[in-house]
Design a protein around this ligand. Sequence first.
Ligand code: ZN
Length: 436
Amino acid sequence: MPTPRFAPLFETETDLKSHQLDGLKWTVAHAYNGSPVYREKLGAAGVSPNDIQTLDDIRKLPFTTADDLRSGYPFPLRCVPFKDVIRIHSSSGTTGTRKNLCYTQKDVDDWVHFFARAYEMAGVGPEDRVQIAVGYGVWTAGMGFQLGCEKVGALALPVGPGNVDMQCQFLVDLEATVLCCTASMGLLMAEEVKRRGIKDKVRLKKIIYGSERSSVSMRRKISDLLGGAELFDIPGLTELYGPGTGIECPDHDCIHYWSDYYILEILDPDTLEPLPDGEWGEMAVTTLCKEAVPLIRYRTRDITRILPGSCTCGTVLPRHSRIKGRTDDMFKFRAVNIYPSTIDAILSGFPEMGSEYQIHLSRDASERGVMRIVAELGEGVGTDIADDLSKTLIQRIKKKVLVTPSAVELVPYGSLPRSERKSQRVFDTRIQDSIV
Ligand code: ZN
């Protein structure tokens, strides 16, 4: 096997620890000196950069949350002068205030380097043609997949999301060997290939998919429909550079993550104490060399676990399980992060509406995601207006949240159950089997 071009920046566990300690010390000092917000947070926790002497000292550090990023709008937690910032990316969050993240040239270079590593680990190289069917623009997805692809010397086909006719045409005419997309888009494409009878003309060998959870059965279906194509789950989040912060290895035993770029802790979501390897909890990340917006114990709200021991594939890079869920009520639908409170705010904007609602997420017969919203009309409001109002609500949600619900069912006041405790709003039956 040839030496990887984008190999980890360490060879042994001892090397890694010393690399991480250097990175942690640098990050804390850089954040302290570069950002008044970080300096205040560290000060409030009684920590100064000199207090970081071992890796265990990470526990002394305060957590950073999405609120820290939102409250610092438009340039939250910026630690370098604007002359050093070369790019902005934003997250697709729908809670009102967008999360903007600054990048220096080194941040972009580091991201591209480890994204190339992800491609390389999936066996993608100069002979490959990579059809990139993710969102381009201010989001991190398109740019990340694109630059990483060019870095490994593969041929990039930047089609973007949707546009199934063009996707199919490119698959056949340009003979793409790799498709990058969400799991739902992967399934949609696999079904289209079958429906159009073009399976024998398609050369796809690999599907690199991210941004949403997928079940074992869904993965199997995509692979079967595409003649045994190999699937690679790729995680990532905008706050932590973007997608490509790790990847499923060719042995398909969970996800290798880039421990030379960030420290991953698994926390008990209630006590916020670190959990031992193997236990499920909330993932928190601390970057080791991120300049413009370093992260210190950033609570991702994603639930996963660190897998103890080494992988059969032989890499020294550690592993975490695929993302199992969230510790808050955010859900992902068609690659968009949605909070129930956003739906609530839209419904509440209509005087005819009541206060109770439910969001039902399921899969249709062809396993495509379906979002159905059931909402109560206000007290004394007749159901005769329901049809028209429902159409208006669908349009409003589409405009605000960027995805279209399959249905908004309006029911008479008092139809939905009340709870003294927090009502369950989201009913998600999209994944029925194991995801790990
Ligand atoms: Zn492996």
